[in-house]
Design a protein around this ligand. Structure first.
Ligand SMILES: Nc1nc2c(c(=O)[nH]1)N[C@H]1C(S)=C(S)[C@@H](COP(=O)(O)OP(=O)(O)OC[C@H]3O[C@@H](n4cnc5c(=O)[nH]c(N)nc54)[C@H](O)[C@@H]3O)O[C@H]1N2
Ligand SMILES: Nc1nc2c(c(=O)[nH]1)N[C@H]1C(S)=C(S)[C@@H](COP(=O)(O)OP(=O)(O)OC[C@H]3O[C@@H](n4cnc5c(=O)[nH]c(N)nc54)[C@H](O)[C@@H]3O)O[C@H]1N2
Ligand code: SF4
Ligand SMILES: [Mo]
Length: 737
């Protein structure tokens, strides 16, 4: 037997921890944390280790599958699959046009540079606007806010974790999520270090989350963030705590915020936020007077009704307190491949350059709101989606109103999925094409290079050859494009080369991007510069600098006046809208539902792992005992949880960690795909409770409304406490050394 050890890195979450794979006769038999990774230093979480379970899973799809007349999947050859898909795809294009072909790329797609670039390239080459991703359920509001503030959706500040003296976290739980829109290895340690050096971490969250428990917690009502942030601005302006010099040097339009904030003294927002005026004043003063401070928000600040406004205000706080682009503040990474610059070059840094057919929502980086997918498939007319591709995604479980999506998928002329499982979404496909895992492909994590709390770059070769007949997404896309006579690229010169039969591989493209970047070797002109080979030669990765650069704002701003725009009309509109915003909860639906991430789950796709489900798992509704008493519900009771859009039945677990009036349920459950262990776990699809009408979509970025949904709870049966007790312990596991 040939046994090898191969250095690589995990691509499940944005922490990108170093891993060492044991490979026996071409098969990965073990993954362990890489002690020699200069930043993750021998840390990996249970999911990274459990990836071997998925890699070798007997439920994995290893051959092309085609649905037969009985609705069952049967194995076919790649040639049969591609021939038939090509014929049917051409038929769709020729009858209803290329604009009736859509693609949804899920979250794991973002962890593969080739996958991401090729999907967008395919749609751009055929001329279809129907590009969807997990972004509209995750982060597009953050990008939209950046487009308004800085003039590019891809100019996104991160907290300078390694230097800050004060970190205000709004709606993120990095002790479980391990960080997002922020690549910070051993993030728990980096956060602990802030308090160790005399600084402070404050966590604003409706739940006393694992992170909130480790630091200072400010409890807030779901979706109360905009009011909280406006009140913080109110306190800062009315007490003269703003950094006038910084505001003047960096920005224009502050009057809008100053005027708006005047209407929100802390007393006026307490009912919305649940935060007492004293606490709020203290939060504002501490932030404004800290030696350095950074405000950081993640999904908890994105999935409410006003995500773009909230992201905008988070940055506004950084700016008015003089913390933008300065050490210990909110800083701009200077990555070896600067996405903002690359996207500018090819016109890809778009916001609002196309609009959705339904609802007229602006695109964000080409993405349209995935919440609209079912309607885009079912509403007749030009641009109606008739053929749909889904790669690395499970929108039936991750997008609002999964039931409607299931119905719509069945009515398509063609549905094709690229995945390594049959999941709840692609079970509706005509074809499931076997994709590689991240261990079976190379990677340069282009999407995340700019978000490292310490500038860093790494590249990995594939660890093993693809299992079975699995192929990389970009290779499959090349074949689909060939069938339509196009070269899958967003870049016209590459499409022209394609016409001449000259193909550019992902590796070649990555090399060009690295070599022409600020750190690149400029094809030999800069001898010490980087190229892909040099990066690959150091498999544990390369630390590029001790700290993220500051004083970068000038090079980042795309607005012609060279200023951050604090008063754009879009935000003025949102500030008007918020004035009359109704309370979400009502007598009929008195509670608000939020999400919950678990250490041993990853969205919808790791519930088939033996390691991660050992000892049993369940998906209880977390509920405050005071609310439970109000509804006559005890530990382990089964309840009907209903919103205006749907209902589910779940067991209850009681916890004082949630603010009164808020209940929490994890997403990514309720399996009925080809993953048998996952199917056996039970649970429900929480997103049948999320509304999918255009009126429920956030207007500036098309964000899904997933946090703060008004719900009612009704006792079904008293149940037994044991029913809920097998739920994952929600305390963060200690980091291993
Ligand atoms: N173990 C694990 N890790 C993951 C994932 C996973 O599924 N499992 N998923 C990955 C993905 S795709 C992402 S995008 C990241 C997300 O990374 P994070 O955003 O850091 O993770 P969440 O746990 O969603 O944290 C959101 C927090 O916001 C709180 N919250 C909910 N509503 C509100 C609100 O209205 N206001 C405020 N202030 N807070 C609110 C929630 O209680 C929760 O604690 O995590 C990634 N990492
Ligand atoms: N209620 C609620 N809903 C949410 C959220 C929430 O907090 N609350 N969070 C939202 C967020 S932040 C996200 S990112 C989304 C995630 O939602 P999605 O991106 O739609 O779905 P995932 O659960 O990530 O499913 C990923 C699929 O990709 C497959 N896969 C994994 N790796 C690869 C690969 O390398 N190649 C291919 N081809 N396939 C692969 C898996 O088998 C799985 O079928 O969920 C969103 N939905
Ligand atoms: S924290 Fe876990 S899932 Fe995230 S990169 Fe590290 S090992 Fe992978
Ligand atoms: Mo996400």
């Amino acid at each position: 037997m040939v046994v090898e050890e191969k250095v690589t890195f995990c691509r499940i979450c944005e922490s990108l921890c170093g891993l060492v794979a044991t490979v026996e006769d071409g098969q990965v038999t073990k993954l362990r944390p890489d002690k020699d990774h200069p930043l993750s230093l021998g840390y990996a979480c249970p999911k990274g280790i459990a990836m071997t379970d998925l890699q070798n899973d007997t439920d994995r799809v290893l051959h092309p599958l085609r649905k037969n007349a009985d609705g069952e999947f049967e194995r076919v050859t790649w040639k049969e699959a591609l021939d038939e898909i090509s014929t049917r795809l051409r038929a769709v294009r020729d009858t209803t046009g290329p604009e009736s072909i859509g693609w949804y790329m899920g979250n794991p797609g973002a962890f593969s540079y080739s996958h991401t670039i090729w999907v967008k390239g395919f749609l751009d080459a055929i001329g279809s606007p129907h590009y969807y991703s997990a972004g509209s359920q995750d982060v597009n509001n953050r990008f939209a806010a950046s487009a308004l503030l800085y003039g590019s959706p891809l100019v996104v500040p991160i907290p300078d974790l390694r230097r800050t003296k004060h970190l205000l976290i709004v709606g993120a739980n990095p002790l479980v999520s391990h960080g997002s829109v922020l690549t910070a290895h051993r993030i728990r340690d980096q956060l602990m270090d802030i308090t160790k050096r005399g600084g402070k971490v404050v966590v604003v969250d409706p739940r006393r989350s694992e992170t909130a428990k480790a630091f200072e917690h400010v409890a807030i009502n779901p979706d109360g963030d905009a009011w909280m942030l406006l009140s913080m601005l109110n306190v800062i302006f009315s007490e003269g705590l703003e950094d006038t010099a910084a505001i003047q040097a960096q920005s224009q339009g502050v009057e809008l915020l100053r005027d708006a904030a005047a209407g929100y003294p802390p007393e006026a927002t307490e009912e919305r936020t649940g935060i007492t005026p004293d606490t709020l004043r203290q939060m504002a003063r501490e932030l404004a007077t800290a030696e350095s401070a950074a405000v950081y928000g993640r999904t908890g600040s994105c999935l409410g009704r006003r995500g773009t406004l909230v992201s905008f205000l988070l940055d506004a706080l950084n700016i008015v307190t003089g913390n933008l682009d300065s050490p210990g503040g909110a800083v701009f990474g200077r990555p070896p491949v600067a996405l903002d610059e690359v996207a500018d070059r090819f016109g890809l840094a778009t916001y609002g350059s196309t609009r959705s057919r339904i609802g007229n929502f602006p695109d964000v980086l080409g993405n349209l709101p995935a919440t609209l997918l079912a309607q885009e498939m079912e509403t007749p007319g030009k641009r109606q989606i008739r053929a749909m591709f889904v790669s690395a995604g499970n929108p039936v479980l991750s997008v609002p109103d999964g039931n409607s999506l299931e119905r719509a998928l069945d009515k398509l002329d063609l549905m094709v999925s690229l995945d390594f499982y049959v999941n709840e979404t692609n079970k509706h496909a005509d074809f499931v094409l076997p994709a590689t895992t991240f261990l079976e492909r190379d990677d340069l994590p282009i999407a995340f290079l700019g978000f490292h709390s310490k500038p860093f770059v790494n590249y990995t070769h594939k660890v093993v050859e693809p299992a079975g007949e699995a192929r990389e997404e970009w290779e499959i896309i090349e074949d689909l494009a060939k069938a339509l006579g196009v070269t899958p690229s967003s870049v016209p010169p590459i499409r022209w080369l394609g016409k001449l039969g000259i193909k550019i591989s992902p590796q070649r493209l990555a090399d060009i991007l690295v070599r022409t970047s600020g750190d690149g070797d400029l094809f030999g002109l800069r001898r010490k510069g980087l190229n892909l080979k040099k990066i690959a030669a150091q498999p544990h990765g390369i630390v590029l600098a001790e700290h993220v650069a500051t004083g970068e704002l000038g090079t980042k701003l795309r607005h012609k006046d060279g200023k951050v725009h604090l008063g754009p009309p879009e935000i003025a509109g949102e500030l008007e809208r918020i004035k009359t915003a109704a309370f979400e909860a009502s007598d009929e639906r008195p509670l608000q539902l939020i999400g919950l991430r678990e250490l041993r789950s990853h969205n919808s796709w790791m519930h088939n792992s033996e390691i991660l489900t050992r000892g049993g798992r369940s998906q209880p509704l977390h509920m405050n005992p005071l609310d439970a008493a109000r509804f006559g519900v005890g530990e382990g009771a089964r309840v009907k949880l209903a919103s205006k859009s749907g209902e589910v039945e779940v067991p209850v677990t009681l916890t004082e960690d949630l603010v009164e009036g808020t209940v929490a349920l994890a997403h990514g459950w309720g399996h009925k795909g080809g993953w048998q262990t996952a199917n056996g776990l039970g649970g429900v699809n929480v997103n049948v409770l999320a509304p999918s009408g255009a009126e429920d979509i956030e207007p500036l970025a098309g964000m899904a409304f997933l946090n703060g949904i008004a719900v009612s709870v009704e006792l079904v049966s008293a149940g037994s406490p044991a029913a809920a007790s097998v739920s994952e312990s929600v305390t963060a596991a200690p980091q291993r050394d």
